[in-house]
Design a protein around this ligand. Structure first.
Ligand code: SAM
Length: 340
């Protein structure tokens, strides 16, 4: 999934830095705070660690259930009275073939809908409506994890054919070629790993709940762009509370999901409070040299917990969207703080 701050491209750097710092990260208990796509959880899971991952956006939770929860294909015996083939292939084939219909997403996100936005083609918005409604009807039969897993698959399929440049701050006026392709649900890859506890929560609650862990990894947002307003379409698809959307871009209400980490006069206090509540042997934190917090401010907080080293990585900016501007040399920072 194309996601701002996705750490997939810097996983090798994180791994090498952990090795350089002599941190053993296999067979451990790890918290992945601000988990997003779950790319860092997936690294720790692959290294036989048990992971508690946390994010306050439901689309992130669904994406993590799609990619990191199951170690093999689930079957859907709960639906045996409703569909013939309860294998994952059977369920996806069934959903891929439900009759498209004009509904909430068509009206809000398609050019011929009542709001004339163009996040999705008319056909894909109608498929989205039909599939989302079917999953909604199945919800009372399915356990939470299977519901989230299916929603993650739907959301990922929709994201692939969205008419945007990566975030949902705005839709494109001209159709990109991918947006004209069919929305198709695809099976994710499965791999063997330890258990991933996936938690929809605020990071402060998460660290207050889980004490005495081996490693806490954290990857907070680093600039003013709120995730809730930049990925509102994905949230709307998975939550499906059919809110009345606002403005030209069709925003959901997101007051309760605003992050202090994107607000200049709140970030320092929230970060200090978060770190003060952490109970772990090692703290690891990703951040950017262009973040709202300076390197010095972060070091001041972490050094109070333990000896901290900063590792650096230069990389070209992610230029395909409006998230960042210009072309300065951006450095990815990794703070490693040894407590015990
Ligand atoms: C930089 S992204 C994380 C990217 C992630 N490491 C990845 O590889 O995909 C920051 C994440 O923090 C989440 N977030 C922001 N404030 C939060 C809070 N107070 N509690 C929980 N999650 C929060 C956002 O929803 C977003 O997914």
């Amino acid at each position: 999934m194309k996601y701002i701050g996705n750490k997939t491209r810097v996983i090798d750097f994180i791994e090498q830095s952990l090795k350089d710092a002599n941190i053993d990260y296999s067979n451990k208990t790890v918290i992945d705070l601000f988990a997003g796509t779950g790319s860092v959880s997936s690294f720790f899971l692959e290294n036989k660690s048990t992971v508690y991952s946390c994010d306050n956006m439901f689309y992130s939770i669904c994406e993590q259930y799609r990619t990191n929860y199951y170690t093999e294909e689930p079957t859907f015996e709960e639906l045996k009275e409703l569909i013939d083939d309860i294998s994952l292939d059977g369920v996806l084939e069934y959903l891929n073939n439900v009759k498209p219909k004009k509904g909430y997403f068509f009206n809000n996100y398609a050019p011929d809908g009542s709001e004339h936005r163009q996040y999705f083609s008319n056909e894909n918005a109608m498929k989205l409506d039909a599939i989302r409604e079917k999953i909604s009807k199945w919800e009372k039969f399915l356990p939470y994890e299977k519901k989230c897993f299916l929603l993650g698959i739907l959301m990922c399929a929709a994201d692939r054919v969205s008419n945007t440049s990566g975030t949902y701050g705005a839709y494109l006026k001209i159709w990109r070629s991918m947006a004209l392709k069919d929305l198709i649900l695809e099976k994710p890859k499965f791999y063997k790993h330890q258990f991933n506890y996936i938690e929809l929560d605020d990071v402060l609650n998460c660290v207050s709940k889980h004490k005495n862990v081996d490693i806490i990894y954290m990857d907070p947002p680093y600039n003013k762009r709120q995730y809730a307003s930049n990925f509102h379409v994905l949230e709307n698809i998975v939550v499906y509370d059919k809110q009345e959307l606002k403005g030209k871009t069709g925003l959901r209400e997101y007051t309760n999901q605003k992050s202090d980490y994107c607000i200049k006069n709140k970030v320092k206090k929230s970060f200090e409070e978060l770190v003060n509540n952490m109970d772990a042997n090692v703290l690891v934190m990703s951040y950017s040299t262009e973040g709202l917090l300076s390197e010095k401010e972060i070091l001041e907080v972490l050094e109070k917990k333990g000896k901290t080293t900063v590792y650096r990585y230069d990389y070209r900016r992610f230029k395909t969207n409006a998230w960042t501007e210009g072309n300065t040399s951006l450095q990815e920072l990794l703070f490693i703080c040894k407590i015990k």
